[in-house]
Design a binder for this molecule. Structure first.
Ligand code: AP5
Length: 214
């Protein structure tokens, strides 16, 4: 199974992708996570991407499509959840080529529909465990024991440098201008389903599960 999760920044793509990994043994392919790893490692890709990401703009299509191809080849037998990719029509065309070359196809494109006004609060309240990467939120998803990660017990947490209001507004504008036009490409193929991303996280997961079970 190969699935795309589409939606603006903060829609819940990463949250739901992590849950689908656990439920279906799929692999989460997040171009945002790949780029942040490249920035942290100081690779040439990371050096080029850092300033672009800090501004909230999109990294070049060639860079992200190359990352996706490499990651798919690392685990060729495992189904994929594409989280944050494709983000432009050119990336959608590249993904078609990448999948065709590997004898794979897209099964579902799931759009998380959200109210943009709520997204700034979601994103600016978000943080992750510095050790295992589990996601939390100041208001919506706190650790059971304050200051201790539920999953690994670490007491170190971190926030993303692009999770400030100004950058979030640029990321939303990029989504509207460049990523929203990707949806009609998949609508024409009849593989798009929509989910209310404003519902409780468990309800969103149940809605996605219902789509995948069809
Ligand atoms: P990326 O890392 O992909 O960021 P994004 O798309 O802006 O998405 P987010 O990770 O911010 O949001 P999300 O939808 O995953 O939400 P989450 O589940 O965390 O990209 C970062 C940057 O990298 C880009 O700006 C760009 O520069 C570059 N980049 C990446 N991919 C690229 C590409 N393909 N091409 C070019 N450039 C690329 O949820 C957010 C918060 O809300 C969490 O705290 C969560 O707990 C909470 N939450 C989630 N669901 C709910 C719910 N239902 N109710 C209440 N709270 C909820």
């Amino acid at each position: 199974m190969n699935i795309i999760l589409l939606g603006p920044p903060g829609a819940g793509k990463g949250t739901q992708a992590q849950r689908l990994v656990d439920l279906h043994h799929l692999r989460q392919l997040s171009t945002g996570d790949m780029l942040r790893a490249a920035v942290k490692a100081g690779t040439p890709v990371g050096i080029e991407a850092k300033a672009v990401m800090d501004r909230g703009e999109l990294v070049s299509d060639a860079i992200v499509s190359a990352l996706i191809g490499e990651e798919l080849d690392a685990t060729p037998e495992t189904g994929a959840i594409f989280d944050g990719y494709p983000r432009t029509a050119a990336q959608a065309a590249s993904l078609d080529d990448i999948l065709t070359q590997r004898g794979r196809k897209l099964d579902h494109v799931i759009e998380l529909e959200v109210d943009e006004d709520a997204l700034v609060e979601r994103i600016t309240g978000r943080y992750t465990c510095a050790s295992c990467g589990k996601g939390y939120h100041d208001r919506f998803e706190q650790p059971r024991e304050p200051g201790v990660c539920d999953r690994c017990g670490s007491t170190e947490f971190k926030r993303r440098p692009d999770d400030n209001e100004e950058t979030v507004r640029t990321r939303m504008a990029e989504y509207r201008a460049k990523t929203a036009p990707v949806l009609p490409i998949y609508e024409a193929r009849g593989i798009v389903s929509r989910v209310d991303g404003m519902a409780e996280m468990d309800v969103v997961t149940a809605s996605i599960e219902a789509i995948l079970g069809q």
